[in-house]
Design a protein around this ligand. Structure first.
Ligand code: ZN
Length: 261
């Protein structure tokens, strides 16, 4: 599904459990088409990933065009699919050093999916991304921003597409000031600092890993999370389910039945 375009460059949504275009356990998987080559932002859960090939076919994107996979972090709904995509395309995988370690060792053993007996498959990673690194995808250039908080290995990617500054925010920022799951590994001090960095970018489009995306004036959504994180706990707005969506991924056993093959 094409969501933004500038000449022969474009951004597509090729997978998403939340939006119902691939397996329910998939985070949003975006494809950045830089003209001559393309990159995936995240790889999904790896459960029935074939459905994303249908989406690529419908969009007229040959799968061989995917030369790189950029990881927003190593949580399994984003990264367990790395091995499958790499086998199919031979794509290079880039992420924070901690994320690369998880992918190289398939270290998802403490997750629900592993406890249910699903196979954990490692993949080979290439670049260890640090804050400020550039990644070239055809004519396009993405900058990596280290945004720890939700997880220590969280990386956001920002790029210019025509007139628009586009942010892939992973589980760090969702629309309407939302954010990914809160767990024992969440560091709120770092989280706030990371969100401040993203506010400073003044992005136009926000392409997060869950829930809806925002295609104009998206900076206000990022500012909202900064305000929320800087607010005393007692007055924090919890009107949305606080642990959506990873809580759901970790607790609804019916989601895993088709992973056990
Ligand atoms: Zn996550």
């Amino acid at each position: 599904m094409k969501i933004l375009r500038d000449g022969d460059c474009a951004i597509y949504l090729v997978g998403s459990g939340g939006m119902g275009i691939s397996h329910p356990t998939d985070a949003h998987i975006y494809l950045v088409d830089g003209g001559a080559e393309a990159a995936l932002i995240d790889a999904g859960s790896g459960i029935r990933p074939e459905r994303m090939l249908e989406n690529l076919r419908e969009d007229g994107i040959p799968v061989e065009k995917i030369r790189q996979i950029l990881l927003t972090h190593s949580h399994w709904d984003h990264a367990r699919g790395c091995a499958w995509w790499q086998r199919l395309t031979g794509a290079d995988i880039h992420g924070h050093s901690l994320a690369c370690e998880v992918v190289e060792t398939a270290a998802w053993s403490r997750t629900h999916i592993a406890r249910r007996g699903a196979r954990l498959e490692p993949a080979v990673t290439h670049r260890r991304l640090a804050d400020g690194d550039s990644i070239h995808v055809g004519k396009l250039t993405l900058s990596a921003i280290h945004t720890p908080g939700h997880s220590p290995d969280s990386i956001s990617f920002v790029m210019q597409l025509g007139e628009q500054k586009v942010l892939f925010s992973g589980d760090t920022v969702f629309a309407e000031g939302g954010h990914g799951t809160v767990s024992a590994e969440t560091d709120f001090r770092q989280f706030l600092e990371s969100v401040r960095k993203l506010v400073a970018l003044q992005v136009d489009a926000l392409l997060p890993s869950h829930r809806h995306f925002v295609l104009s004036r998206a900076d206000s959504h990022v500012v909202l999370l900064q305000k929320k994180l800087a607010t005393p706990w007692t007055s924090m707005d919890n009107s949305r389910v606080p642990f959506f969506p990873t809580w759901w991924l970790e607790h609804d056993e019916s989601l895993y039945n088709d992973a056990l093959k």
